[in-house]
Design a protein around this ligand. Structure first.
Ligand code: AMP
Length: 394
């Protein structure tokens, strides 16, 4: 905590600089997925209801401080107007915004990364932005791991608060990791240990149970002495894996590795596989690959879930994009969704592939909270301070 929400702010007649993430996918000049726009609608509605004027600040793509016409936020205008049910006026240059009065109603400033001062977190650029508003509201948790002018400096220059989406993210993440109902566990899966070392090291110190799955579990099994044929693994990280296991043991965090796996000779949909017991003595042949956790492993994971009050999920338990190697991820996700629905467990998930996997399992709607913040979610899980959040905490 330590940050304010819209409920704490007096907004009547105020110009509210609202940092949002509307960096939406676009194809042929059309927004193909408006999720990010839909998620900021409650904040815009609440600012308007409180008598404030929302002045949206957002980035789009990577123009790197130059005006790149293909990266104009004009592409989002009609989607914004449809979602908000109101006209939105694009103000194309900062000079136009500074010259006299801003248009009435909802205003969208052109791609803030057209200005080099944004990513450089330049003080005079931030001061120019701050002069356009009376209050700063940050609703872009997904950009909070970047120390940019519109994500950190504005919070120091104006009375500031979190928007509804930022508030929901922070509340869910604090509930999952800072003050969780115990026992608390996590599923950490995905391809590689190398991308998740910091995450694993941080979680081990905070969790009661850590389920390791996916390709990265292979690296742990390999570190224990198993020979894994052609399975994906990072042999250069065997020492790191052993360190993580040692640390978990010394702190009392129970680590669950897959006790069996679906092993195939083809990384392809519909490929034949056999169920193989996995432990330090496992010996696979060249060409054999572990592509998913097995049925016994899945049953054990689901059993562990039943004892948990909080579950954090990042990364799949197998190559979930191709059947039948989606089985463990689908079954475990469904079980976690059921436990959430019956009120027994709080479930918080995030990370790109995780959201896709939970959607495939039809489990996403039943999870307590799904973060779409990507990098910022991962950095939070790594225990890093996010500059955009720290700035709101003043
Ligand atoms: P990440 O981006 O690190 O979360 O990894 C997700 C990717 O890991 C997905 O594309 C999965 O297909 C892949 N993956 C998970 N388990 C395995 C496995 N046992 N072998 C190969 N790839 C895997």
């Amino acid at each position: 905590m330590g940050w304010k929400s819209l409920d704490d702010m007096e907004l009547n007649g105020k110009r509210v600089l609202l940092r949002v993430d509307i960096n939406v996918p676009v194809e042929n000049g059309k927004v193909t997925d408006a999720t990010r726009i839909e998620r900021i609608a409650p904040t815009v509605a609440d600012i308007l209801a409180k008598g404030g004027q929302p002045i949206l600040i957002a980035h789009f793509g990577r123009p790197k401080g130059q005006v790149v016409s293909e990266l104009s936020l004009s592409v989002c205008l009609s989607e914004l107007e449809t979602t908000f049910g109101q006209p939105v006026t694009l103000v194309e240059t900062l000079e136009a915004a500074e010259a006299g009065t801003l248009p009435a109603g909802i205003v969208l400033l052109e791609n803030i990364r057209f200005h080099a001062g944004e990513e450089a977190n330049d003080a005079s650029f931030a001061a120019r932005l701050a002069a356009l508003g009376d209050v700063f509201c940050n609703d872009a948790f997904s950009a909070a791991h970047r120390a940019h002018a519109s994500t950190t400096s504005l919070a120091k220059l104006l009375p500031s608060c979190a928007g509804r989406l930022m508030q929901a993210e922070l509340t869910a993440l604090e509930a999952a990791l800072s003050t969780p109902k115990r026992p608390v566990g996590a599923v950490v899966g995905g391809a590689k240990v190398s991308t998740k070392i910091d995450l694993l090291l941080n979680l081990v110190g905070k969790l009661d149970v850590l389920v390791i799955g996916g390709g990265m579990a292979n690296t742990f099994l390999g570190a224990m002495g198993a020979s894994l044929g052609s399975s994906l693994q990072e042999e250069d990280l065997h020492d790191t894996a052993r360190d993580i296991l040692k640390q978990a043991e010394s702190i009392g965090c129970k680590v669950i590795l897959p006790v069996d796996g679906r092993v195939s000779r083809a990384f392809a949909a519909g490929a034949e596989y056999e169920m193989v017991t996995l432990n330090a003595d496992t010996k696979l042949e060249d060409g054999q690959m572990i592509l998913d956790a097995g049925d016994a492993a899945t049953a054990l994971i689901v059993e562990e879930f039943k004892a948990l009050k909080t579950l954090i999920w990042n990364g799949p338990l197998g190559a979930f994009e191709i059947e039948p190697f989606d089985k463990a991820t689908m079954a475990a996700a469904k079980a976690a969704a059921e436990l959430t629905k019956s009120g027994d467990m709080i479930t918080v998930a995030g990370g790109g592939d995780t959201v896709a996997a939970l959607n495939l399992a039809g489990a996403a709607d039943d999870f307590t909270y799904i973060s779409t913040a990507g990098g910022a979610f991962l950095e939070w899980m790594e225990g890093k301070e996010l500059p955009g959040v720290a700035a709101l905490q003043g």
